[in-house]
Design a binder for this molecule. Sequence first.
Ligand code: BES
Ligand code: MN
Ligand code: ZN
Length: 470
Amino acid sequence: MKFSTSADLTKKYDVVIVPFYEGAKLACRASLFSAKNLGPITTKDFKGKEKECALVYEGKKRFLLLGLGKGQNIRRCYAEAVSHCTKKKLKNIAVLVPAKGSVYDLADGLLLANYAFDKYRKEKTTLVQSCTIIGGTKAHLKECEHAAKVMEGVYLTRDLINGNADDITPARLAKEATQMAAKYTSVKTKVLTEAQIKKEKMGLFLAVAKSSVAKPHFIICEYRGDPKAKEHTVVVGKGVTYDTGGLNLKPTGYMETMKADMSGSASALGLIKAAAEAKIKANVTVVIAATENSIDAESYKPGDVFTGMNGMSVEIGNTDAEGRLTLADALSYSVKHLKPTRMIDMATLTGAIVVALGQERSGLFTENKALEKALVEAGETTGEKVWPMPMDDEYRELLKSDIADISNCGGRQAGSTTAALFLKEFVSNVPWAHLDIAGTAYLDKGKFLDTTHASGVGVRLLIRFLEGKK
Ligand code: BES
Ligand code: MN
Ligand code: ZN
């Protein structure tokens, strides 16, 4: 979607979006739009409630009246408006700037909903091509363009998640990272092959990878946007390109969405793309231990013990708790080789977080108060909300093993917390936060923005986090 500004409505648009507050009160300057012919519509049919939409025609002109309610959730309202436009194939739209509220959020909403995933079907969606901000300033335009650049990363993330597991393999994730390095001078990528992964003694990652015909790839993709920055953030993304559960095979009803088990890594790669496009001032390195959790004669077995890169031995209580094993070695590698000042991992790690928080908030696990505050704030401003969860040492009991240093499975109780405490064993003393995005990365269809399943959660959250407070 290309943004521009204009002072008036004389040009031709497929539709002009006119904002209203509750009670059908015009939400933009009256000089931009004359509502005099709308009497019966705005007094009877249209109330201006949040996300309410009404198409009206005046001569040859088409208007979409958009309810902003109390104006507290502009992003969702403009997302709703775009869904109406794409359904009616309206390609060139204009919006009147609301008198209050953020133009960034407006653009964000338009862009979030202007996405389709048509790769596997004949019928293609007509997306919005251009958007003119009527009454917009130069500063407004800059905000819109920034939002659009960040959204390029979100779209990449969604494409990777929505794609077939047989297309989006570990090798394909590595290729994506390599291609970004070729495209942007600010990005560098290194990929370790299986032999190099063995040399690094990533015994936990390799245990998971044993079963898979698709070879494991260990991806290190760095973005450098600020030579003087004090912070070097490492973002580790779970990259399980399909999770069958392994020998502890998932039953029907639990496996169908598991092509999305690489959402953390997709968001991490999307983050690099967004950072490079928007040229944000920060340094971040993404680390991904990509593999499938398959089932095969060579599968790793429940009851066996494997040792991670940091020397920690792990008893396999359940082969379906594979994500934490891949993340463990990715975290160990980051601590040993990348000199991070802080680490954040994103992972579709536990079904338990879906039970606790549903699809509205990601679980946030950290013992670092500054990280907690910054991530909670970034969540509120971007709408990618997170919720702090407990990490008390007492829960560590649940991970005790008779024959190894730790078990990878803590049983039914506090499943998301024991997963987080498992990861904690591999972060050494680096400030670290874990985001469990199992509920927020892959949504029921029709949820929120009525586009596709993959939300792209994490990209906008971490861009805002990296940019610092505004
Ligand atoms: N990938 C799953 C978690 C998941 C569940 C993601 C639902 C998205 C939606 C993860 O690898 C897993 O299987 N976790 C197990 C852990 C258990 C065996 C300790 C779980 O949550 O049941
Ligand atoms: Mn699993
Ligand atoms: Zn998994």
